[in-house]
Design a protein around this ligand. Structure first.
Ligand SMILES: *Cc1c(COP(=O)(O)O)cnc(C)c1O
Length: 387
C-alpha cells in the first residue's frame, strides 16, 4: 500500500506525547482535569432538543437531505444575520449550511487553490486553514501575529509578491487560540487590502456571540463592500452548545458561496434534516441561553485568569472566545510546560506551539470544563504555585 503524499505530509499528531503522558498518569490512578478542549460542557438547550425529538419522528426527515439544506434553514441563517448584525443575505445565493463549519473551512480551499497557489494563514491559528490548503495542493504563507500586534496580521508587512500571488487569506476574530478580538478599523483595512491585491477573505467567526463584559464582536460584513471580497464562516456549535450536532454555515459573496456549494454537492449530501430543524429552532427560539452561557464562561474566565496570574503567568483577560491564552516564563517551551502540569498537577492544557511557531511560549486553557472540575484543577495550580 502506498498512501498519497498529502496524507504523508500531515503533521504528526501534536498531542501524541501529551496523550501518552495523560494515559500513563491515569494508569497510575491519578484524577486528570483537562482544560484542553474547546467544547461546551453545558448541554444543548431543551427547546432545541425538543425540536430534534419532534423532527426525528417525521419520516420526511428519514430520507436524503439536500446538500444546500432546507429553504427554511437558509432563511433562518439570513434572518439571524439581519437580527444580529443588520446585514442582509439572499438566502438562496449568499448562504450555505455546512456540516459544522470545520467541514466548509476544510473544503473551501478546493474552490480557490490550485496546485502551487498560496493561501495566507495566521500564525498562531486554527490548524484546519493550513491543512485544507495543503489538501488542495497549495502552500500556506504564515503571517505572524504577535501579542504586540494584538494577535492580528500587519497587512503592510505581507510582502507584495506574496499578496499578489495569494488567492485567499484566513482571519478569525474573536480568535482561537488567543482570545483576541478585532475592531471595525481592522476589518476595514482587511477589506481594502484584499481589494487591492484581489485576495478572497475567509473570515471565521464562530465566537461572535461568545463574549464578555458587554462586548459585541463584529461581522466582517458590517464593513461596506466586504461582500465583494469576503465570505464568513459561522457556527451554532459554540453559541448554542451544539458541537455534537454539526451545524455551521457560510455567508457572503454569492459566487464564492456557489463555488463551495458546487464542490460540496459532489462530496456530501447535507446535514441530517432533523438536525436542520434544531438549527432553525436555535435561531427563532428563546435567546436567553446565549447570555446565560456567557455569564457562566465569564465567571470561569475571571477565576482562571486570577489563578494563572498567581502562578506567575501573564494573561490578557479575553473579551470573547472560550479561551484564556497565557504567556509562560522565558526558558521553557509550551510542550515542556504542559508536560510539567500533567506530571505535577494532573492538569491538561494545550501547548501554544500546536497553533504555530508564534504560539510558542504560550498555553491555551478552555473555560468549557464543568465548574467543580475547573475549581479542582485551579486549586491544584494554586497549590503548585508555578515553576
Ligand atoms: C470551534 C471552531 C470551529 C468549528 O466549529 P464547528 O463545530 O465545526 O462548526 C471553526 N473555527 C474555529 C476557530 C473554531 O474554534
Amino acid at each position: 500500500m502506498q498512501l498519497a503524499r498529502r496524507v504523508e505530509a500531515l503533521p504528526p499528531y501534536l498531542f501524541a506525547e501529551i496523550s501518552k503522558k495523560i494515559a500513563a498518569r491515569r494508569a497510575e490512578g491519578h484524577d486528570i482535569v483537562t482544560f484542553a478542549i474547546g467544547d461546551p460542557d453545558i448541554p444543548t438547550p431543551k427547546h432545541i432538543m425538543d425540536a430534534l425529538h419532534r423532527a426525528a419522528d417525521d419520516p420526511a426527515n428519514h430520507r436524503y437531505p439536500e446538500s444546500e439544506g432546507l429553504p427554511e434553514l437558509r432563511q433562518s441563517i439570513s434572518d439571524w444575520y439581519e437580527r444580529r448584525f443588520e446585514v442582509k443575505f439572499d438566502p438562496n445565493r449568499e448562504t450555505l449550511p455546512l456540516i459544522g463549519s470545520k467541514e466548509g473551512i476544510g473544503h473551501i480551499a478546493l474552490c480557490f487553490i490550485d496546485p502551487g497557489d498560496i493561501a495566507i494563514v495566521p500564525d498562531p491559528g486554527y490548524p484546519v486553514y493550513e491543512i485544507g490548503t495543503m489538501f488542495a495542493g497549495g502552500t500556506s504563507y504564515k503571517v505572524p501575529c504577535t501579542r504586540d500586534g494584538g494577535w492580528k496580521p500587519d497587512f503592510d508587512a505581507i510582502p507584495a509578491d506574496v499578496a499578489e500571488k495569494a488567492k485567499l487569506i484566513w482571519l478569525n476574530y474573536p480568535n482561537n487560540p488567543t482570545g483576541a478580538v478585532a475592531d471595525f478599523d481592522f476589518f476595514e483595512r482587511a477589506v481594502a487590502w484584499a481589494k487591492k491585491y484581489d485576495v478572497a477573505i475567509m473570515h471565521d467567526n464562530p465566537y461572535c456571540d461568545v463574549a464578555y463584559d458587554g462586548y459585541k464582536p463584529l461581522s466582517i460584513f458590517q464593513v461596506p463592500g466586504a461582500r465583494d471580497v469576503a465570505v464568513e464562516f459561522n457556527s451554532w456549535s459554540k453559541i448554542y452548545n451544539m458541537t455534537g450536532w454539526r451545524i455551521g454555515m457560510v455567508v457572503g459573496n454569492g459566487d464564492m458561496v456557489d463555488a463551495l456549494m458546487r464542490v460540496k454537492s459532489n462530496i456530501d449530501s447535507g446535514i441530517p434534516q432533523a438536525v436542520q430543524r434544531m438549527a432553525i429552532e436555535a435561531v427563532y427560539g428563546p435567546q436567553d441561553c446565549v447570555d446565560e452561557h456567557n455569564r457562566i464562561y465569564q465567571r470561569r474566565r475571571d477565576r482562571m485568569v486570577e489563578v494563572l496570574r498567581k502562578i506567575g503567568l501573564e494573561v490578557d483577560t479575553p473579551k470573547a472566545s472560550l479561551y484564556v491564552w497565557a504567556k509562560l516564563p522565558d526558558g521553557i517551551t509550551s510542550a515542556d510546560y504542559a508536560a510539567r502540569l500533567i506530571e505535577d498537577c494532573s492538569v491538561v492544557v494545550t501547548p501554544g506551539r500546536g497553533y504555530g511557531e508564534q504560539g510558542e511560549g504560550y498555553i491555551r486553557l478552555s473555560v468549557t470544563t464543568p465548574d467543580d472540575r475547573m475549581e479542582e484543577g485551579l486549586k491544584r495550580l494554586e497549590a503548585w504555585k508555578g515553576l
